[in-house]
Design a protein around this ligand. Sequence first.
Ligand code: HEC
Length: 139
Amino acid sequence: MISRSPIILALLVAATAAWAEPNAAQKIIFDQFAAQAKSGDPAFKGFSAERGRDFFLGQHTGGKPDTASCTSCHTKDLTKPGQTRAGKAIEPMAASVNPKRFTDAAEVEKWFRRNCGDVLGRECTLTEKGDVLAFLLSQ
Ligand code: HEC
């Protein structure tokens, strides 16, 4: 049994890679978020795509009433284009169909700041941002 575990591990890693593998630029950005979290909290255990899903799909208060959710503009099907309040198309958020997503750190921060302001009336925390990225990179 013990001798087989490296094979099982290798299969697991291969399966995960086939499911969703962030590209190099996405990985750098995600790793930067994780490094920041780790430096703020040595006990940091990693971001959660599960929490990110709840946050991204959930309803919030504190922001503008017509944008109570990230899905107000980005829609619930992240592989499909979204729409701004003014009706301008937004490219899909899912990394699997839009590899250009989350490849420019300044862009990522700029839009987190703006969108979290619209939805929550405040900036997102580092944990919220990392969780959302973990979720969107898995989509
Ligand atoms: C009022 C409409 C609107 C809402 C609500 C909204 N977004 Fe956005 N979001 C946009 C637009 C417009 C862009 C920039 C255009 C683009 O990247 O296609 C964007 C871009 C982003 C980006 C940058 C993606 C990249 O490729 O770098 C992130 C991250 C993001 N949004 C996260 C969120 C999160 C998290 C929420 C909920 C807290 C949210 N957005 C809610 C309109 C919105």
